[in-house]
Design a protein around this ligand. Sequence first.
Ligand SMILES: NC(=O)c1ccc[n+]([C@@H]2O[C@H](COP(=O)([O-])OP(=O)(O)OC[C@H]3O[C@@H](n4cnc5c(N)ncnc54)[C@H](OP(=O)(O)O)[C@@H]3O)[C@@H](O)[C@H]2O)c1
Length: 285
Amino acid sequence: MRIAIIGAGKVGIALGHVLKKKGFDVVAVASRRQSSLDTAKAYIGADCLFTLDNRQAVETADVVAVTTQDREIKNVAAQVAAAPERLDGKLFFHTSGAHASSELFPLAIVGASLGSLHPLQTFPDIDAGIRVLPDTYIFIEGDDKALPVLGEIASAIGAEAVVIGSENKVLYHLSAVFVCNLLASLLYAGEGIMKRIDIDLKPFYPIIRATLANIETRGPLLSLTGPVVRGDAGTVSSHIDAIGDMPLHERVYKDLSLVALEMAQQRGTLTDEQIAALKGILEQG
Ligand SMILES: NC(=O)c1ccc[n+]([C@@H]2O[C@H](COP(=O)([O-])OP(=O)(O)OC[C@H]3O[C@@H](n4cnc5c(N)ncnc54)[C@H](OP(=O)(O)O)[C@@H]3O)[C@@H](O)[C@H]2O)c1
């Protein structure tokens, strides 16, 4: 199969590089800026068409990966579908986690088959993406023609291909935002508190790593430690007092501690009095 990539960004270039390494025939890369194409060439090799014209890339390929930002997928689909030629026999997929393949709908009207292929991974830059892809679960959805092809690509480049229903993509992506993106936000917020006493994240990495390792073996529920699950209401109060001048941090602390309280209740670690005391503190204000 001849593969083209539209969108020479982090995911597009990392995907192109890994596909090439796995023996796939990457025939074209299209993007808006020449500088992005130059970067793509450095990772994918020169024996491929690099073009600023998306339709030219489509002409050369059987399978087209649309790896633009989410907001651009619809525009690319509309632009490519507006060409006079039909696209029977071609397969288009995008790599968005939140959107279903229907985002590419105009292409189906002119005969293409549609899918989405989302590596459940974080790509802060191209090299990091290339490193993590082989260990990554890849979620695919699409029409009957697309699924087997996407399954073949996903199994070749990642750890495992998992089929997901179109209707579940938003909740699937939201889950990823909770456990990945917002985890980074949480650590950033923690770092903000550390800055007040002139310490940095470095000494905290071992505890962060140990927590993640515990979660992987026991799950989040049984990995929770700390003042809420112990019923130490006085400690929780002192924390809230200490960040009285940081309203956003206070809100996050209280809301996540309420989640921790729900976990403690599920584990049956607290008496009714302890639960009531903690709720009183955490639901205040
Ligand atoms: N980053 C992640 O952690 C991650 C993980 C999994 C999935 N994804 C998904 O992968 C997709 C790409 O994300 P990304 O992080 O790689 O984004 P990105 O680094 O911003 O790259 C997107 C690229 O698309 C190109 N582009 C935009 N509009 C275009 C158009 N109309 N025609 C041709 N090229 C166009 C841009 O090219 P120019 O530079 O030439 O302007 C840009 O380099 C998104 O759907 C995202 O949700 C991202």
